[in-house]
Write a protein that binds this ligand. Structure first.
Ligand SMILES: Cc1cc2nc3c(=O)[nH]c(=O)nc-3n(C[C@H](O)[C@H](O)[C@H](O)COP(=O)(O)OP(=O)(O)OC[C@H]3O[C@@H](n4cnc5c(N)ncnc54)[C@H](O)[C@@H]3O)c2cc1C
Length: 275
């Protein structure tokens, strides 16, 4: 992760509803440098009152995928849902508002020899999927299965074979990503599966890919983008004596690779009632 302890101003230059669930936000960040990886994200902090980032704190920062970079102009697609500082700002945001940007990171590590990629995403993973499709190397076969609330949230993804799954419950965390993953037929030969969506759903997909399909670890990347009932989980965490950073470090130290560490970490989180 590129460390940027000092929050950088991100001046809002455009806000546009792309669909009922997606608001496109373009900000200007002086000297922004892309990491050059299609699923790169930044932590954005949204002012509580929509007018100033001065009193905003890192606690309210959330990861958003960099959908596009044009010079200093950076585009994000924000999914609107019930509650949440980011989502509620997106409903009322306007040019002239100021956000702030702290961290940048990316997760996708597609093997060099991959001839295909399968992208399994809910609406929050759609910006990453769209950029991955746009930036796919020539000749790469790309299959996208995207779970969105309704047909009105579909978007064009030229160059990819796309299946849309309409699930109004996805906004309440009732994701069907695991069922979707089980129905996808992966092409033959070396490839890569990218999964992004609600944490419990992506956890189930990771288990399926790793323990049932027994895919090699380098052939998939699974990222939990958001957590249903986040407040209840945060309360459980606060009541427990668990330091999840420490738990992860222990798992990493005991395991021989990151996927094994994830198995250990999730098992221990489960025992602590923190899944
Ligand atoms: C690497 C990465 C990239 C991401 N990219 C994007 C992106 O491009 N676009 C995007 O919109 N999101 C993206 N997310 C997810 C986003 O960070 C979370 O959805 C974030 O929690 C939203 O913040 P909030 O302030 O709106 O809600 P929070 O304050 O986090 O949560 C408030 C309530 O809303 C619920 N909630 C949070 N997110 C959702 C949701 N998406 N749908 C329904 N309920 C929700 C929570 O469970 C909680 O009950 C990404 C996450 C990661 C880790």
């Amino acid at each position: 992760m590129r460390d940027q302890p000092d929050a950088r101003p991100a001046d809002v230059v455009a806000v546009e509803a792309l669909s009922p669930s997606i608001v496109r936000v373009v900000v200007e960040v002086s000297g922004f440098e892309s990491l050059g990886v299609s699923d790169e994200g930044c932590v954005l902090t949204f002012p509580a009152d929509g007018s100033s980032a001065a009193e905003s704190d890192v606690e309210r920062g959330h990861w958003y995928t960099v959908r596009r970079v044009e010079g200093d102009r950076v585009t994000f697609d924000v999914i609107v849902h019930e509650g949440g500082a980011a989502s509620s700002w997106a409903r009322r945001g306007k040019p002239g508002d100021q956000l702030s940007l702290t961290y940048q990171n990316s997760w996708m590590v597609r093997p060099e020899d991959a001839g295909w990629q399968v992208l399994l995403v809910d609406t929050t993973g759609l910006p990453a999927a769209a950029r991955i499709v746009e930036e796919a190397p020539a000749g790469m076969r790309t299959i996208v299965v995207a779970e969105v609330p309704s047909a009105a949230d579909e978007q064009a993804l030229p160059g990819a074979e796309v299946t849309w799954v309409h699930n109004p419950e996805v906004v309440h965390g009732g994701s069907e990503l695991e069922r979707i993953a089980r129905e996808v037929e992966l092409p033959d030969g070396p490839g890569y599966v990218y999964v992004a969506g609600e944490a419990a759903a992506t956890r189930a997909v990771r288990k399926y890919l790793r323990h049932e399909l027994t895919l090699p670890a380098q052939s998939y990347g699974v990222i939990g983008y958001w957590r249903r009932d986040a407040a209840a989980w945060a309360e459980r965490l606060a009541r427990s004596s668990v330091d999840i950073g420490e738990l992860w470090e222990q798992a990493e130290a005991e395991a021989s690779n990151e996927e094994e560490a994830m198995d250990l970490y999730e098992e221990r989180l489960g025992r602590a009632g923190l899944l």
